[in-house]
Design a protein around this ligand. Structure first.
Ligand code: BGC
Ligand code: NOJ
Length: 816
């Protein structure tokens, strides 16, 4: 069952009923100011940091789930009837409800009592504000007298404190109303130099800034008294819950349409120019006033909207495909690329599943996210790499996360995840292959942000490699530390304390627990490092990496192979995890994908066997499960993984992030059919028709789909902020379509499924636009047999870089 449809030309998902199985959200903002917005206008906004600079309040885990938002009300001043064009919060039955989630904007509209209202929400590029353009049309043949309200509930900045510290917070709220603009200035009197503002393009009939005055006592946002009565109280908040509510009266003749704009913004004044006149409590509005005025004038929203659309068009133009498969095309051309940008911006901070008050930016996560967006914004990828590397520890190890406001690492979510540093090597490798910018390797970067410790970035990579080599166990495999990619495989801690976080619980390194997954990752990263070193003229380092990779392969050969698949790990007791001898957790997907991606087992058939075992034991119609059998009982020695009920999350859920590793592995073995088959099993667009089961948004990947052991088998959770986005993008574009950036050029090495025909790919790469046509007859599988550029045959399948960048190159490739 569907709850909407893709509008591929408009690059929008069009939701046709408000009661989607879960709130289906979108993101506003692209640089400093962000918001999440659901299909019923729920959500919140923040400046840079979802925890520390929260502008508006949101109630997580509310009933209904999504409460607090950018709510607009309409009231028919003749009948007294009122409604919200976005359905929530009033929930009046509407005609023609429609929500269009687009790239960086959302439009929600409907019709009620022959009044059509549509709200466009967006954040103009480069600004720290959001605009809501309410377009109201009187479809009656009589004049209409209407009241329109735009409302926000302010958050007292630190979202965590806001939700808990009421003894203080109920006394600190402050606002100021001047020239029709509502200013939220809690704590501005003391150490904050920022405030929020909420304005309307129309002269107001009234306003409220105290929540209770607007809603009425014992009432909620669903039936506010000020709307019911048709009049605000012009309340000035002092303590309690500051809000912004603007009331505007509209008289519309038959057929008339009017646009009214509400704008919400964040502003910082210089610390020494906060008040006007100085010494008074009044905000100095001289800098912000012209910005507010600019966005309330006619046409400003349309202009900002156009710029936003142009911005997205140009980002996405870097890579466009025409494969004949609608799911692949719309994911690659629009939604998967968009999701990659959102993970770049938000990391794992703010979604329906990430509260914005929890995790900062993950070191592992951010490095992997980079693989999916580097081609669109290489300059920002460069900055991200340098930020990440500057949090690296002198040992080469990493804090597991850093805070976006301070850019400093911390151990709030634990440290000692021994895979972390290796992802930096993959990220830098991807950046270099995309851009050829060798200069980044020479950038001086500190360790743990301590000035004076700078070394060239290159040395950070060396230390990453060294970190693994210094930490190997009895089988010569890498020690797992607190955990590896699977944050929940905590083999060195045995928490028995109820509620204690497994990620931060004390852990003890005894030098025994090892990870076969990290071994595979190491072989992959060491291969990348060898290439980087060789190109930098450091033959010694390149050799060292190759030798280290070879001995790691040997360790995997000897101790990582279980007979039919790769083992997962060794416990502190020396027992194997992911071994046929185990009753539960006999086979895990991660080492199968990663080891084959690293090229292990290609010569002797083990790679084929490992992937065969994945198909036999782990593949389901909804995707590939993390392991089988799921753990039925808690085992402290294995950690958080066994804390989940079977089939959820890391305990045998379909952890979608790992699926693309298997897809890539399948292409390496030449199995394009298998790769695309797996791709479509978790592909959100391909699951659109089972939305009642999948429940999450059909336009973005989810982290997890419940596995076979779970009662809700097939149900997705944790949509949006997941490494699944970047890895799917890499798998489908670089390995299935095979258009792969390499240090010396663009590789064209597709592994297409038999039932596909010709494929076209437009790829901007190092300044040249490659227009690639892959000729392939249906029924054929195989590799590129010959290739031409601008009519000239070239040997092999690596497109050399043209002598002069900036032009176009027409590439024809034949798969036979
Ligand atoms: C989740 C993991 C996540 C970790 C982050 C765990 O509870 O299951 O998916 O990576 O928390 O700290
Ligand atoms: C989600 C985390 O963000 C990611 O870093 C981790 O690898 C997976 N969970 C698996 O545990």
């Amino acid at each position: 069952m569907r709850f909407g449809r893709f509008d591929d030309d408009a690059r929008e998902y069009v939701i046709s009923r408000p009661d989607t199985p879960l709130p289906w959200i979108n993101y506003l903002g692209s640089e400093d100011y962000f918001g999440i917005i659901s299909n019923t206008a729920g959500g919140y906004s923040f400046y840079r940091d979802a925890r520390l600079r929260r502008l508006t309040r949101y109630r997580y885990n509310n009933a209904p789930l999504d409460l607090g938002g950018r709510y607009v009300y309409l009231r028919d001043d003749e009948s007294g009837q009122y409604w919200s064009p976005s359905w929530q919060p009033v929930q009046r039955e509407l005609e023609d409800y429609q929500c269009r989630h687009g790239l960086g904007y959302t439009v929600i509209g409907s019709r009620f009592a022959r009044i059509r209202a549509e709200v466009l929400y967006l954040v103009p590029l480069g600004e720290t504000l959001e605009l809501w353009r309410v377009r109201v049309t009187n479809e009656r043949d009589t004049p209409a007298s209407l009241s329109l309200y735009g409302t926000v509930e302010f958050c007292l900045w630190d979202a965590n404190d806001d939700a808990t510290n009421f003894q203080r917070n109920y006394s600190i709220g402050e606002v100021e109303v001047a020239d029709g603009v509502i200013y939220h200035k809690t704590e501005y009197r003391e150490r904050r130099d920022h405030f929020a503002w909420f304005a309307s393009s129309e002269p107001g009939a009234g306003f409220d800034t105290q929540r209770d005055a607007f809603t009425g006592p014992y009432r909620g946002w669903d039936r506010p008294l000020a709307v019911e009565r048709g009049a605000c109280a012009n309340s000035i908040a002092s303590g309690w819950q500051p809000i912004g509510a603007h009331h505007v009266r509209l008289a519309l003749s038959p057929g008339e349409t009017r646009d009214i704009v509400f704008a919400l913004g964040y502003w910082e004044n210089p610390a020494d120019a906060k008040f006007d006149p100085p010494g008074s409590p009044a905000i100095d509005r001289r800098q912000v006033a012209p910005v507010i005025a600019r966005y309330l004038r006619d046409g400003a929203v349309a202009e900002a909207f156009q710029q936003l659309r142009d911005h997205w068009r140009s980002l996405l133009e870097t890579l466009q495909v025409d494969t004949g498969n609608e799911h692949v095309d719309r994911m690659v051309n629009t939604w998967n690329a968009y999701q990659c940008m959102v993970t770049f911006n938000l990391s794992r901070s703010a979604s329906l599943f990430e509260s914005g008050i929890g995790r900062g930016m993950g070191f592992r996560d951010s490095n992997q996210d980079l693989l999916g967006f580097v081609h669109m914004i290489p300059g920002r990828a460069r900055d991200r790499i340098l930020d990440l590397a500057a949090t690296q520890l002198p040992t080469g190890g990493a804090y597991h996360q850093y805070q976006p406001l301070t850019k400093r690492g911390n151990d709030a979510v634990g440290t000692g995840f021994n895979d972390d540093p290796l992802w930096l090597v993959l990220a830098v490798g991807a950046y270099l292959k995309e851009t050829g910018d060798q200069g980044i390797l020479e950038e001086p970067v500190a360790y743990d942000n301590a000035s004076g410790t700078e070394t060239p970035l290159y040395e950070h990579l060396q230390r990453s490699i060294e970190y693994t080599l210094q930490r190997t166990g009895p089988h010569g495999l890498p020690l797992i530390g607190r955990a590896d990619w699977n944050d929940c495989l905590n083999l060195n801690s045995d928490s028995e304390t109820p509620g204690e976080s497994f990620q931060t619980a004390p852990y003890r390194e005894t030098g025994v627990a090892e990870s076969v997954f990290i071994a595979g990752l190491f072989v992959l990263a060491a291969g990348d490092m060898a290439q980087i070193a060789a190109r930098r003229g450091d033959a010694g380092e390149a050799d060292r990496c190759r030798v280290a990779a070879t001995s790691m392969r040997r360790a995997v050969d000897e101790h990582g192979w279980d007979g039919d698949w790769f083992r997962r790990a060794y416990e502190r007791t020396g027992a194997a995890v992911g071994s046929a001898g185990n009753a539960e957790g006999r086979i895990f997907v991660e080492p199968q994908g990663m080891c084959v991606m690293a090229g292990i087992g290609l010569e002797d058939g083990r790679a084929e066997r490992a992937l065969g075992a994945v198909r036999e034991h782990l593949a389901t119609p909804h995707g590939i499960m993390l392991h089988q059998p799921a753990y039925t009982r808690f085992r402290a020695g294995l950690g958080e993984i066994t804390s989940y009920p079977p089939g959820y999350k890391e305990n045998g859920g379909i952890f979608c992030h790992t699926n693309p590793w298997v897809m890539i592995a399948e292409t390496i073995l030449g199995h394009g059919d298998a790769a695309v088959d797996y791709y479509l099993r978790t592909c959100p667009s391909a699951r659109e028709t089972i939305s009642e089961l999948h429940r999450c948004e059909p336009y973005v990947h989810a982290q997890m789909i419940a596995g076979r052991d779970a009662p809700s088998y097939g149900e997705a959770k944790n949509s949006w902020l997941t490494g699944t986005a970047a890895w799917n993008f890499v798998a489908v574009t670089q390995w299935i379509l095979g258009v792969r950036p390499e240090h010396d050029g663009l590789r064209i090495d597709p592994r297409l499924p038999a039932d596909w025909g010709d494929v076209r790919v437009t790829r901007k790469f190092r300044g040249t636009t490659f227009r690639i046509r892959i000729h392939k007859a249906q029924g054929v599988t195989g590799n590129v047999t010959h290739l031409s550029v601008d009519g000239h045959a070239i040997p092999g399948n690596l497109m050399p870089l043209p002598a002069v960048a900036g032009g176009e190159a027409a590439v024809e490739a034949w798969v036979e």
